[in-house]
Design a protein around this ligand. Structure first.
Ligand code: PEP
Length: 248
């Protein structure tokens, strides 16, 4: 069992409407409530349109709420954006940043992500910073180099390590059904800890990429893996809980 308290995060991406999102959130919350006290932290990151409804519905439940992205500024003329403090207003305590769908789909650089991490931490949020190599990086044997660079450049100077979680998410494993072996994940996590130096032992490092109820056990039985970030499989309450309860 990991020395650090485990963390299971649901990333709903751009899925869910008001009714279906609330049903999903309540179903997960009911299972979490029945399993109380939880030996791990459980976080739901719905799309921003549902953040308030979900956080309001889950008040008093053993579940944290997170955002999927935020702006670097506290406020301003940024049409369509939301600041970290606005997510706090919506009931969030966590923020996913640097997800590959933002890095690759929206051209976000590590420098921009570092500014977002700074802004989110200033607002009091725990930041879940995603890093991961592409299939081409993997083929070129560049995983370590890429991750080192992403971590170095995505963490702002003075990053609050108590409010920092790293998610190792190989881009080629996200939404593809392909996963690295648990041993490969452990190898990368160890390298990340080494890179982080003294703080490496206390930071939670999650794995993300096609986690399902069938592969969760082999991943979560590794001490090095402090939890998982789950995309598609988090859209089904029973499936998501089957993953989460491996930590109980
Ligand atoms: C993700 O969105 O971070 C993710 C890991 O997605 P999936 O579980 O669907 O691969």
């Amino acid at each position: 069992m990991s020395k650090r308290r485990r963390l299971i995060v649901a990333n709903w991406k751009m899925y869910g409407r008001l009714t279906s999102g609330l049903v999903l959130a309540r179903d997960i919350a009911e299972m979490a409530q029945n399993a109380r006290p939880l030996n791990f932290d459980l976080v739901l990151c719905p799309p921003a349109s549902l953040t308030w409804a979900v956080s309001d519905a889950l008040q008093g439940m053993p579940i944290g709420i997170g955002g999927q992205d935020c702006h670097t500024a506290t406020h301003g003329a940024y049409t369509g954006d939301l600041s970290a403090a606005m997510f706090v207003d919506l009931g969030c305590r966590y923020m996913i940043l640097g997800h590959s769908e933002r890095r690759h789909g929206h051209g976000e650089s590590s420098e921009l992500i570092a500014k977002k991490v700074e802004a989110a931490q200033l607002a009091g949020l725990t930041t879940i910073v995603c890093v991961g190599e592409t299939a081409a990086d993997l083929e070129a044997g560049a995983t370590e180099e890429i991750i080192q660079k992403q971590i170095r450049e995505s963490l702002p100077p003075g990053v609050k390590t108590a409010n920092l979680v790293i998610a190792y998410e190989p881009v080629w494993a996200i939404g593809t059904g392909q996963t690295p072996t648990p041993e490969d994940v452990v190898g990368v996590h160890k390298k990340i800890r080494k890179m982080l130096g003294e703080i490496g032992e206390t930071i939670r490092i999650l794995y993300g990429g096609s986690v399902t109820p069938s592969n969760a056990e082999s991943l979560l039985s590794q001490n090095e893996i402090d939890g998982v970030l789950v995309g598609s499989a988090s859209l089904n309450a029973d499936g998501f809980w089957a993953i989460a309860e491996k930590c109980q």
